[in-house]
Design a protein around this ligand. Structure first.
Ligand code: PLP
Length: 410
């Protein structure tokens, strides 16, 4: 008899976005002419930068010629891309990361989930609340939790609330933890972490022999020079951190798929019998066995992000979305809503006005203003009373959404 991974049965997942879709579809069915604008999901809207497209066209032509054809590539990614990342994203900013510490992949979502392959099953795991749901659900799938309670909190995970009350700064865990997920700039709250705050976490990890899984998928949206873009800007981070980055949001690669994970070669974990094990080696082994690399064409496209034109074009893309974020923030503030984030991140996190809870405001916004956002409670219990709007949209949609905000307050 076949058995299944019954941990999957514990998942509450699939609740948030399907429920949004269900409510939106019901609304559209009842109001077929209502011009609904979706500000809910974190997918980009603007096309790929010209520099990336040109590089990919060229790579396709190379693939059509026996002399320059590429079959299987290195599982860790091509040297040309790893070198460019090391040089531009790290070395030129004074951060120590070498090309062979960078593993190219098809997404940060996959990597943040897959990385659990190299860790044991008895780690105590801390996540922020609200949180990017992938960190939680992948741990549920791996059997690292018990069942969820009525608020969707899984037994066995340590939740660190981040709300306006603590200025969105998570307190250090009161109980010992081993793996800590940090995401900055943050999805969903759109807030960033100061150098001091990150130093506090790195110190905690070093003192407690813990490891930080640092998701920097939105680092390109940081415009404030005092905010670290990489955890490796923090002293001691090379001894206790793994970093995840992506081309999805800065270069519009959500559908093209390219990302990378940085694991310092000296990052070691001690086994139960006292052996020191390199996480870099374990991840390399994992990737070589379970992954066959990102396509040559896509890696050439990602490499073009680092050309002078690519840098200019991706900067323009980021600025475009950040102008959207500014319009959203100011539009919300103009109708008296408290707004967080959206300054160094493409997400605006707002306090639901009046007596509305997260889903109540969802319905209000949909019914009155025909706008769709994401209820904060869908990202965790501490997200109740908050709501996320995404700046990934066309300018026309953002402007129209802002015009409609007053309707949502009636
Ligand atoms: N990490 C965070 C925090 C995200 O919000 C997202 C996408 O929304 C990802 C990772 C996924 O990145 P990728 O497209 O590289 O899989």
């Amino acid at each position: 008899m076949v058995s299944v991974n019954e941990n999957y049965l514990k998942l509450k997942a699939g609740y948030l976005f399907p429920e949004i879709a269900r409510r939106v579809n019901a609304f559209i069915e009842a109001n077929p002419d209502a011009p609904v604008i979706k500000l809910g999901i974190g997918d980009v809207t603007e096309p790929l930068p010209a520099a990336c497209r040109e590089a990919m066209h060229k790579a396709i032509d190379e693939m059509g010629d026996r002399g320059s054809f590429h079959g299987y590539g290195p599982e860790q990614g091509y040297g040309f891309l790893r070198e460019k990342i090391a040089e531009t994203d790290y070395k030129s900013r004074g951060v120590e990361v070498s090309a062979d510490e960078i593993f190219i992949s098809d997404g940060s979502k996959c990597d943040t989930g897959n990385v659990l392959d190299i860790f044991g099953n008895d780690n105590r795991i801390a996540v922020l609340d609200p949180v990017y749901p992938v960190y939680v659900d992948t741990n549920v799938m791996a059997g690292h939790t018990g069942a969820a309670d009525s608020q969707g909190r899984y037994e066995g995970l340590v939740y660190l609330p981040v709300t306006a009350e603590n200025d969105f700064t998570p307190a250090l865990p009161e109980e010992p933890v081993d793996l800590i997920y940090l995401c900055y700039p943050n999805n969903p709250t759109g807030v960033v972490a100061s150098r001091e705050m990150l130093q506090t976490w790195v110190n905690y990890a070093l003192e407690n022999k813990a490891l930080i899984l640092f998701d920097a998928a939105y680092e390109a949206f940081i415009s404030d020079d005092s905010i670290p873009r990489s955890i490796f800007e923090i002293e001691g981070a090379r001894e206790c951190c793994i970093e995840f980055r992506s081309f999805s949001k800065n270069a519009g690669f959500t559908g093209t798929r390219c990302a990378f994970t940085v694991i310092p070669k000296g990052l070691k974990v001690t086994t139960k019998d006292g052996q020191e094990v390199s996480l870099h080696q374990l991840w390399n082994r994992r990737q070589s066995t379970k992954f066959n690399g990102v396509s040559y064409i896509v890696q050439r496209g990602a490499e073009a992000v680092y050309s002078p034109e690519g840098q200019k074009q991706t900067r323009e893309l980021v600025e475009f979305y950040m102008e959207n974020a500014r319009l959203l923030r100011e539009g919300l503030e103009a109708v008296g809503i408290s707004v967080y984030g959206g300054v160094n991140a493409p997400y605006v996190w707002l306090k639901t006005p009046g007596d509305f809870d997260s889903w109540g405001f969802f319905d209000q916004l949909l019914q009155k203003a025909h706008l769709v956002g994401t209820p904060g409670s869908g990202f965790g219990a501490a997200g109740e009373g908050y709501f996320r709007l995404s700046a990934f949209n066309t300018r026309a949609n953002i402007e129209e959404a802002v015009r409609r905000f007053p309707e949502a307050m009636k």
